[in-house]
Write a protein that binds this ligand. Structure first.
Ligand code: FAD
Length: 406
């Protein structure tokens, strides 16, 4: 009898599967695609490395030889500002990795299986009924339809948003629609022109709402993408690949850095990815990672939030399955929201320009810079940092005003 059925084998699904299987539960992960499969989201935050360690999943990740990452570099015309995770305010890991997700996600899924979870690929969840004592879940593999009656369902289906769709839980996001055009390249950058141990975030010369990411991997390849409003994207014509290179050239410093780059896979586009739900849990189910909410790619927060949600949910679920009384709102949704609110306020500040004024301010108080660095490293649940939680937006705006006035 299945204790927990997990939808999707991305980071949230595999981490939950490993945590629950290690505690002796019968765990079934059903994944729609065949692994390894491409996924966007290659820049990890330092905090996610610590969560992997706590889940006992760090060793197989370390063994992959992924690109070491020690911070983030921001570029706007002649302005350059880099944050080194070693200088952050919060305690914790000073480094992380930049990972091709096909490989990273497979390592985590294999580790979950090694711990005893059953992971089945090319099986899609197509239905759920939560009106009875146990959830009744329908899956489909080719023509084969199956019914499952687990004790609990964790939806870790990412942008698939399976339960929000099936149970009508979707709510409009707070953010206006944006689109990302992206690719993997053989970057052929000249040694010394850029520190490969950092994600490079470039801001468009004249439009602060348009930005690029460049995430080098250890094999000479890199993830490259441009995020902009649909109106900005509409200015560029031609095939997706032609548009990508026009967008890259439109940020001259990025164009120069990538002057010898060659695409190694087809260019892709994602639109309107920001999402939100009415509730993150219900009778017999909880939503993890992107299945619950996605804010914006700018601070590489997705995998970190996915792992944090898995960690919190598995603790609550473990106690529930043992027969304890639990409160999913105060023990899962509220603690998760503290960090998500931090990222939300930073995303708002990024697009209204206030955070960019803070990031590029040259005479920043070193103590404040360390606090901002902590958030960029993913330590958004550190309640000791004044720039985390619900107050972070107000404090960030005040800080931006000080930077502008100086
Ligand atoms: P996913 O990784 O999406 O995994 C979900 C899995 O569920 C998939 O394998 C899917 O096949 C499976 N699935 C879906 N539906 C079903 C179904 N019905 N039945 C069975 N299986 C199903 N995050 C970062 O941390 N760093 C970044 O640099 C970053 N960059 C990004 C750039 C862009 C443009 C975007 C849009 C996002 C970015 N993200 C980034 C976010 C990141 O991609 C996600 O937050 C992260 O992958 C979420 O993990 P997850 O486990 O919730 O879901």
């Amino acid at each position: 009898m299945v204790d927990v059925l997990i939808i999707g084998a991305g980071p949230a699904g595999s981490m939950s599967a490993a945590l629950l299987a290690s505690r002796g539960y019968d765990v079934l992960v059903l994944e729609k695609q065949k692994f390894p499969r491409f996924s966007i989201g290659e820049s990890l935050l330092a905090n996610s490395l610590e969560m992997l360690e706590d889940a006992g999943m760090l060793e197989p990740v370390m063994a992959q030889g992924f690109q070491f990452k020690n911070g983030a570099a921001f570029v706007h015309n002649e302005r350059y500002s880099e944050f080194n995770f070693a200088e952050k305010f919060s305690e914790g890991s000073p480094f992380t990795f930049q990972v091709p997700r096909a490989q990273f996600d497979k390592v985590l899924a294999d580790e979950a299986a090694r711990r005893g979870a059953r992971v089945e690929y090319e099986v899609e969840i197509t239905g759920i009924d939560v009106s009875g004592e146990r959830p009744v879940v329908t899956s489909k593999r080719g023509d084969e339809i199956k019914t499952h009656r687990p004790r609990f369902v964790l939806d870790a289906s990412g942008f698939g948003r399976t339960l929000p769709r099936l149970l009508d839980l979707d709510r409009p996001s707070d953010f206006p629609p944006r689109a990302a055009v992206f690719v993997h390249v053989q970057d052929n950058t000249i040694s010394g022109e850029f520190d490969r141990q950092k994600i490079r975030v470039g801001v468009h010369p004249t439009n602060q709402e348009v930005w690029s990411w460049f995430i080098p991997f250890s094999n000479g390849q890199a993830s490259l993408g441009i995020v902009a409003t649909p109106e900005h994207h509409a200015k560029f014509k031609g095939s997706l690949e032609e548009r990508l290179w026009q967008l890259v050239a439109d940020e001259p410093k990025l164009g120069h850095l990538l002057r010898n780059a060659k695409a190694v896979r087809p260019v892709a586009e994602l639109k309107g990815y920001a999402s939100k739900v009415k509730s993150m849990f219900g009778p017999g189910f909880a939503l993890l990672g992107n299945a619950a909410e996605f804010l914006d790619p700018v601070f590489s927060s997705g995998v970190t939030v996915a792992m944090k949600s898995a960690t919190l949910a598995c603790d609550v679920l473990h106690r529930q399955l043992k027969g304890e009384r639990v409160d999913w709102q105060t023990e899962f949704a509220d603690p998760l929201a503290y960090g998500v609110e931090t990222f939300r306020n930073f995303v708002i500040g990024w697009y209204d320009g206030s955070l960019q004024d803070v990031i590029f301010f040259e005479n920043q108080d070193p103590a404040i810079r360390r606090m901002i660095c902590s958030v960029l490293a993913g330590y958004v649940w550190d309640t000791k940092n004044p720039y985390t939680g619900p107050q972070s937006g107000r404090r960030l705006r005040a800080l931006a005003q000080m930077c502008r006035a100086a």
